[in-house]
Each structure stands twice: as structure tokens, then as C-alpha cells.
Write a protein that binds this ligand. Sequence first.
Ligand SMILES: Cc1cc2nc3c(=O)[nH]c(=O)nc-3n(C[C@H](O)[C@H](O)[C@H](O)COP(=O)(O)O)c2cc1C
Length: 326
Amino acid sequence: MSPTASNLPDLSVRVAGVRFANPVIAASGTFGYGTEYSRVIDVALLGGVCSKGLTLEPRAGNAGPRLVETPSGLMNSIGLENPGIPHFVAHELMTMLSLGPTVIANLSGSTVESYAEGAALLDATDVPVIELNISCPNVKAGGMAWGLDPRAAAAVTSAVRGRTKKPLIVKLSPNAPSVVEVAKAAVASGADALSLVNTFQAFAVDVERGKPVFENVTAGLAGPAIRPLALRLLRDVALGVPECDPSRDPELGGTGTFVPLVGLGGIATWRDAAEFIMTGATAVQVGTSTFADPRAMTRIIGGLADFMARKGYSRISDLRGIAVFQ
Ligand SMILES: Cc1cc2nc3c(=O)[nH]c(=O)nc-3n(C[C@H](O)[C@H](O)[C@H](O)COP(=O)(O)O)c2cc1C
């Protein structure tokens, strides 16, 4: 049964104090700057669009193979190819803002200084939200990602927080020994929301050459293959970080600091999105599935609306966290 005007559910959500028309956001690195898909889908229907990971300086990205398919998944080794923040601000941002969905700038870096400088440049623009990608290699720590260690995550989050007043989503790596500890460090250092997960570190061998497939040796695994793992980490963070408890949402009369969660990892259908929301996510992001079906996100939005109408849920918070919090 399709929803009628009288029982139309409200799909809008607030993340880090910013309104999104619906909870479906294009994930960083999989949707360009939003314009590339506008000939295929009505991009204005999306809740949000994340930019490709942006660094202070332009980056050429990694040499060699960049994408390899796996059963139900995709390994990538793009290496943060991007034109640099000044170019993004001068040439891409205005068009991105005109598309309609809430725009999120995904900020990457290699040193604390480069993250902080990038944040300052974005702070001077109209971009409404920054997503801090702490999965990038920490140059000073020999390439280990910022997001693997709570102290490193705290250092980069505090530095960025110090240079911008924009709402800040910190994007967590699933490769940390304790994602919950990194999440707590990010919250204590000024994150307004958390998104999880980025890609899982993975490895593939070219058996003809007897060598790793990727020049960078390891690569990030994404797509439906990681979904149950991502969902389990979302549950861990929802239960393990007190600020992420949905009952703290001020819109529901909650008190204390509330840090909403944005869930991602292999979401392909409205059912998957509902699973993440029922595990505690306020919004979801969709990455790899857009490559397989460019209409995946618009289908998810329609499917969620139908599901909510069928079940009598009038807003996203009616189903948020119900599978985890009783
Ligand atoms: C080709 C590709 C490029 C990506 N680039 C970025 C990036 O620049 N910044 C970032 O934070 N995440 C990046 N990601 C990670 C995705 O945003 C997302 O966290 C991950 O793919 C899991 O979601 P999915 O399974 O829906 O793809 C990239 C993923 C892919 C597949």
C-alpha cells in the first residue's frame, strides 16, 4: 500500500542540528560532487550528498588498479584523489549547494595541521556540515590511520573543532581495535555526530604475478559484504557511547548531550536502511550500491516511506533504535 496524503510519514531528520529532508545521504567518494548523477536520478530527492574526500592540497591518488570486485563487495584503493579544498570551494561547492540536498564536505588530511587548515578553509564557506574522515594515514605515525587510536582521533578532532564552528560529523574506521573507544574520544573532543563505518582493510593477491593486486598492498572493502559487520559496530557504538542513546534526542524531550549516529556499510535496499535505523542510526549513507544501481538511493527513500506508512510509523524516531533499546 502506498502512503496517501493523510498518512504520509515524515522522513525528515536532524543530524548535528542540521535538517535533512530524509535520512538517505550519498556516501563520500561514491557520488562525486552530486552533479554526475543528475542525468540518471533526481538528485534533489536525496536527503544529503557528501563530497569526495577533500584535502588541503590536490592529490593524484594511487597508481595501479583502484577497484576490484569481490563476492557482494568492492575493494578500492583510490588514494583520496581530489582537486584540493581551494579548487572545491571555487569551482564545485556553489553547484553542489544548488542541487537541493544538504551538502556535507568530507575532510581528509595527513597531518593535524593539514586537517585544521582544511577545516578553516571550509569554515569560511556556506557548506552546512563537515564530515571528518579519520581513516586517512597519519604521516607522523608512519601511515597508521588517525581513526585507529583514541588519542590520535582526539588530537585531530580537537584541532578541527578549534578551527570551525560548523556542525561536525566524525567518520569512524571499522579497523580500530576498539571502535567504541575511538567514538568516545571523538565525542569528548567535539564531534556533533558520528558516522560509521568507512571501509574494512582487506587484501587480494594476483596469482599470475604472485603479488598483491593493489600497489598500496591493502585496500578498503565496502558493499553488501560488510553490512552485518557494520551493523554490529553501529550497535556497539549505540550501546557503548552514552551520548548516542536516542532517548537523549532533544526533539523527543531528552536531556544531556545527544550525538546522533549516521550508519553505513553495504546498504542497498530500504530494508537495509531500516535495519540501521532500528539499530540506532538517525540517518544512513549509501556508497557502493549506487555503482550497481544508480537509483538505489531514491528506491530506498520510497521504500522507507511505504514501510513506515504500512507499519504506522509517523517519523524516523518512531523506529530509531527499537531493535537495540527497549
Ligand atoms: C570508490 C570509493 C571511494 C571512497 N572514498 C571515500 C572518501 O574519499 N572519503 C571517505 O570518508 N570515505 C570514502 N569511501 C568510503 C565510503 O564513503 C563508505 O564509508 C564505505 O564505502 C562503506 O559504505 P558502502 O558499503 O555503502 O560503500 C569510499 C568508498 C569507495 C567505494
